[in-house]
Design a protein around this ligand. Structure first.
Ligand code: GLU
Length: 431
């Protein structure tokens, strides 16, 4: 029998070693933090493989009677600090590598803001725009039932992400509840208010982006008043971010989404733009705007750029063209490690996803606590607590970055990975 000697850094056998996708980006980020982990470094391999990976078949009956199959995933990256937590995205291009990376970034994010969760993420390879409402509901319910083996209010708590929303969360909560025989509101967050959702949850991610943007601006002496902002993605995150910055006196000069890129050097009217998106599904053709070829987005003169769409948007191909002083990552994983280095070398301050967009999961945590105690807080209370957590976490990250002379991303990873691996160390190895 061949001796079962472990390799030094074996990759999970289910990944293509020649194309690690976003998971490869995460592995590089972990390598950068390893020198700062001290004795906890003995546990670092834990971060390089997800704890649990579930791939499910999601068969549904289409409205015309045909049977369609979709591939679904739920990955629990780490549960040392608490139950898995993270969203579910519906997108035709979702891959296992992507969901693995997103689950790992949730572990880091949750530890960075010190909410008592591990990290998890889910996804279905489906284009929801091509489904009827009834088909979307069936996909959601069947997927929830299939991952029902591993989710639960104290096990793993899904939430909205790309192309999922309150309505999808209501179906997920109902399906899980039907299967377990009791109404379990705490199984998902981002629910409608009338089903145990939290005030302020819908706006929380964009609000968090705005809060860290203000904190960073203050530290580098750049006023928000009059700052020019370019936003990629104008969904829940980009839309709220744009609105809050505009209300604070900034000029949202450009917005790009799947429909096109709109521009106005004097500042777009964000209220009109939000109404246009609600009516037409995209920013393209909004009155009072100039339309730009999509690639020109990266050349726009601005002080702040907010990628708030999908991962791997800022790459070595465009990082050298970005003129902003600051990039605030509203999306998860929008900057590749190589692009991150280019931006840092050029003196562009990058506020990484794992703190910049942590406002969403922070208010998800508030929602979960409110559901457990069946006692609901006012929106002011929620926003105040959110502000306190985001500002406290950002201040600590800024301090670590200046103490060790590292980027804000590495600083966030230092704080978060130490928390995760300290918990791992305290718990010890079972059996
Ligand atoms: N999908 C969001 C994120 O990427 C929120 C996750 C949650 O609230 O659990 O952070």
């Amino acid at each position: 029998m061949q001796a079962n000697v472990p390799q030094k850094h074996p990759l999970p056998s289910y990944l293509d070693p020649n194309d690690l996708g976003p998971w490869g980006d995460f592995l590089q980020q972990v390598d950068r933090v390893t020198p700062y982990l001290g004795k906890l470094g003995r546990w670092v391999e834990t971060l390089k493989r997800p704890k649990r990976t579930l791939i499910v078949d999601v068969p549904i009956m289409m409205d015309d009677g045909r049977i369609a199959h979709f591939e679904g995933y739920r990955v629990q990256h780490n549960t040392s600090r608490g139950p898995g937590k993270g969203g579910v995205r519906f997108h035709q291009d979702v891959t296992l590598s992507e969901v693995m990376a997103l689950s790992a970034w949730m572990s880091v994010k949750n530890a960075a803001v010190n909410v008592p969760y591990g990290g998890a993420k889910g996804g279905i390879r489906v284009n929801p725009q091509l489904l009827t409402d009834a088909e979307l509901e069936r996909v959601t319910r069947r997927y929830t039932s299939e991952i029902g083996l591993i989710i639960g209010p104290t096990k793993d708590i899904p939430a909205p992400d790309v192309n999922t929303n309150e309505r999808v969360m209501a179906w997920m909560m109902d399906t899980y509840s039907m299967n377990v025989g009791e109404t379990a509101t705490g199984v998902v967050t981002g629910k409608p208010i009338d089903l145990g959702g939290s005030l302020g949850r819908r706006e929380a991610t964009g609000r968090g982006v705005f809060i860290v943007g203000c904190e960073a601006s203050q530290r580098i002496g750049m006023p928000i008043q009059g700052a020019r902002i370019a936003i990629q993605g104008f969904g829940n995150v980009g839309g709220v971010t744009g609105k809050l910055f505009a209300e604070a006196g900034a000029l949202v000069v450009a917005v790009q989404d799947h429909s096109g890129t709109v521009y106005h050097p004097g500042g777009l009217d964000v209220t009109t733009l939000l109404a246009h998106v609600a009516a037409h599904g995209g920013v393209n053709g909004c009155p009072g705007t100039e339309s730009l070829p999509s690639d020109q987005f990266w050349d726009i003169e601005c002080e702040i750029m907010v990628p708030a769409a999908l991962e791997r948007q800022i790459t070595e191909a465009n990082a050298g063209r970005i003129r902003a002083k600051m990039v605030i990552e509203g999306a998860n994983g929008p900057t590749t490690p190589m692009a991150d280095d280019i931006l840092t070398d050029r003196g562009v301050l990058v506020i990484p996803d794992v703190i910049a967009n942590a406002g969403g999961v922070t208010v998800s945590y508030f929602e979960w606590v409110q559901d457990f105690s069946s006692f609901f807080w006012s929106e002011d209370e929620i926003n105040e607590r959110l502000g306190k957590i985001m500002r406290g976490a950002f201040g600590a990250i800024w301090q670590v970055a200046s103490d060790h002379r590292v980027s804000l991303r590495t600083a966030t990873f230092i704080i978060a990975c130490q928390r995760i691996l300290h918990a791992r160390d305290l718990r010890g190895l079972y059996p």
